[in-house]
Design a protein around this ligand. Structure first.
Ligand code: HEC
Ligand code: HEC
Length: 224
């Protein structure tokens, strides 16, 4: 175990104990409010996945760093609680931008906002490499989808998230996310909630009825 990992574990431990945030990892922390940061991380990610040796190394490091994430996001990135999103197969650009948002306060979640302050750039890249090629496993508790959900998806969502819901470099993958996460998240966007502000999603779902919103969430939860 190297010093960095011990630092990381200590920070995580203090987080879990809800103790005042320890500054142990500040030397490792990058200026995450820099908007060019995401582009730079993505460049690193692309270089690593293109090189089999670097990829294997980052994957091993990512697995070590991701141990703590497994508690909530699950081993292999399929989340263990339905209010927690899967990270499996999520596109790396999205993972990086969300860390930026958690760090800057545009997106809020107690644990994630703290984590965004302590994960170094190398750790973010390694974790993204680790989760990026993990498959999404269909959940057993998916609610029944219906045609209404499909109609809403095809008229309002597919233009950005793609016909399969797999997203792209620019848009997140949403297919197969747990229903509870989808419903909660869409409601937050619709209501312009503090925890997910300044998002294009607010305009998209702003006028959607709650019934249609739940129908499309059921549909997306069932997309493979
Ligand atoms: C204590 C539980 C917990 C732990 C541990 C945790 N997360 Fe999270 N994470 C969450 C929750 C809950 C959300 C959703 C927050 C929301 O609803 O906006 C989230 C959201 C995210 C998101 C945004 C994904 C999306 O689809 O919107 C990323 C990226 C992420 N976490 C990465 C990580 C990584 C990497 C680790 C480990 C270093 C980690 N998380 C550890 C609970 C956790
Ligand atoms: C104009 C493009 C666009 C359209 C159309 C669109 N989205 Fe999005 N969606 C986005 C972007 C961009 C994000 C990332 C938002 C952020 O970072 O705040 C997002 C985020 C999301 C998220 C959160 C993902 C996560 O893991 O945190 C969900 C769920 C979602 N969209 C569902 C939908 C659904 C359902 C529809 C159709 C009703 C839809 N989107 C239509 C662009 C779009």
């Amino acid at each position: 175990m190297n010093i960095r990992f011990i630092n990381f574990s200590l920070c995580v431990l203090s987080l879990l104990l809800l103790a005042p945030f320890s500054a142990t990892a500040t030397a490792e922390t990058l200026a995450v409010k820099d908007p060019e940061h995401t582009t730079e991380l993505l460049q690193r990610f692309d270089n690593i996945v293109a090189d089999p040796e670097a990829r294997q190394k980052a994957n091993a490091e990512g697995q070590e760093r991701a141990q703590f994430c497994f508690r909530c996001h699950g081993k292999n990135g399929n989340s263990v609680r339905d209010y927690v999103p899967n990270l499996a197969s999520q596109n790396p650009a999205y993972l990086f931008t969300q860390f930026e948002k958690f760090a800057s306060g545009t997106r809020k979640n107690y644990v994630m906002s703290k984590l965004a302050e302590i994960l170094s750039a190398d750790e973010r890249v390694a974790v993204a490499v680790y989760f990026s090629d993990k498959p999404v496993i269909p959940r057993d508790n998916r609610p029944e989808p219906d045609m209404k959900g499909q109609q809403v998806y095809q008229s309002l969502c597919f233009a950005c998230h793609g016909d399969k819901g797999h997203g792209s470099h620019t848009y997140p993958r949403i297919a197969g996310q747990p229903y509870e996460f989808l419903e909660k998240t869409l409601l937050k966007f619709k209501q312009g909630d503090e925890s997910r502000k300044n998002s294009p999603m607010t305009a998209v779902v702003g006028n959607l009825s709650d019934e249609d919103l739940r129908a499309v969430a059921r549909w997306v939860a069932n997309m493979p």
